[in-house]
Design a protein around this ligand. Sequence first.
Ligand code: TUI
Length: 311
Amino acid sequence: MKTEITDLLQIEKPIIQGGMAWVAEHNLAAAVSAAGGLGIIGAANAPADWVRTEIRKVREITDLPIGVNVMLLSPYADEVAQVLVEEKVPVITTGAGNPGKYMEMWKSSGSKVIPVVASVALARMMERGGADAVIAEGTESGGHIGAATTMTLVPQVVDAVQIPVIAAGGIGDGRGMAAAFMLGAKAVQLGTRFVVAKESICHASYKERIIKAKDIDSAVTGRSHGHPIRQLRNQMTKEYLKKEQEGVPFEELELMTVGALRNAVIDGDVKNGTVMAGQIAGLVKKEQTCQEIIDEMMKEAAALLQGARYE
Ligand code: TUI
């Protein structure tokens, strides 16, 4: 399945791993790239030195292309941006903001730059700024989300820009992948299904919470203060949403979540921690290797796109 994205990124299969905070480290990224997709290191809120070390660790395992996702709300974003130039990272994706101020330095150092967008307006702006592609991410995603659904956002972004579009949000199998291609996407990005991968270092309790999740088990916190985060319902979301409804100030709400994602991903506290996952969690039923996930998706999607009926 060769597409503009497999050509652009020099990868075999049009499947990209999301840059999930704490989860998207070198083991997962290397496994996704080894399986023919594009593995991504998620810089999230990590210091620049951590990012550099993770890039080098992947390079000890594989020579295949990898990417780094820069979370633009991070206090370390400027330093991370510089490390990516020094390490000559082939692909840079960004999230949770506008990467305009880094575009020139990344482009001139030879990286392919692929911002995540949640609107047509930002997609157009990114194209004008020199982006090589965009990831149109729907509100079905886990973590920090925009407002539009994948079904509505992807075709509108495809119509608005000339550069290739990668679909994200709510995609977890070959059916979702085929659907995204029908909307005009040239690749897909997956987060939740890779969180549960065998090579993912995520705590077993977090993986189990995703595997047991049902279709409507996620909640969105932070809507009132403009930082909506999709996560699986638990004691934390219950208390947070109650306080949000009571009008508790942002600063106090923020205190509740300090370290909460780490507590869930690394320590397995899925009750009081933040269990970020997309709406597709209900479809993710078992732990598999990245190779199994990618092979299964490719087979399903290829059959569907050739007109076969899904059984
Ligand atoms: O970035 C994500 N997902 C994330 S980041 C994250 S960690 C975090 N930590 C603290 C606070 C907030 C997040 C967890 N999940 N996905 C990519 C994404 N980007 N989704 C939506 C957007 C987005 C939304 C609005 C990108 C740009 C945008 O507008 C930018 C602008 O300035 O116009």
